[in-house]
Ligand binder design. Structure first.
Ligand code: NI
Length: 168
């Protein structure tokens, strides 16, 4: 496994904490655009997906030979689980607890277990190692998303210098 993968997975809880420590609950609730998640929703998603999207899938591949992995409809889940109503600090605490346990578990996976495979209904065959690597990539995407939300919050306050920036 890439060395950086475990380091990224280990650093994410603190990275998230550092980014939200100065934000008010109102700032965390604010969506940067109608269809983009707020910080609160991102944190609820991370807490939620850690089990169903990641750990349960890795476990399934270790326990069975080439299982079909369950699909997760993220947008539907955000609505069903009311991500926008969950206290973001609770989400972060839940995510942090799960991540610490999952890291211990991942570090103990043997090379043969990392090579085991499953079938994702949309993308085809994937291995445990690839999924764990994606797990790190997924973390970084959501950290980037939170940084982007913070840029959106600052943007209206920079006067004429808005001309220099176009937010995605
Ligand atoms: Ni995600």
């Amino acid at each position: 496994m890439l060395r950086d993968v475990v380091a990224i997975l280990a650093s994410t809880p603190d990275e998230l904490k550092r980014e939200i420590v100065s934000m008010s609950s109102q700032e965390m609730k604010r969506r940067p655009a109608a269809k983009k998640w707020s910080v609160q929703e991102v944190l609820a998603h991370l807490d939620d997906i850690e089990e169903i999207g990641m750990r349960a899938r890795v476990a399934a591949m270790i326990e069975a030979d080439n299982p079909t992995l369950p699909l997760v409809d993220q947008e539907r889940r955000a609505v069903e689980m009311k991500y926008n109503r969950i206290n973001p600090l609770k989400s972060l605490a839940g995510f942090t607890r799960q991540r610490q346990a999952n890291l211990k578990w991942i570090k103990k996976l043997r090379p043969a277990q990392l090579k085991r495979q499953g079938t994702h209904p949309e993308v085809g065959v994937i291995s445990v190692e690839e999924l764990v690597t994606e797990w790190a990539l997924h973390d970084l995407g959501h950290i980037k998303q939170i940084l982007e939300i913070k840029r959106y919050a600052l943007y209206p306050h920079i006067g004429n210098m808005r001309a220099f920036y176009r937010l995605s």
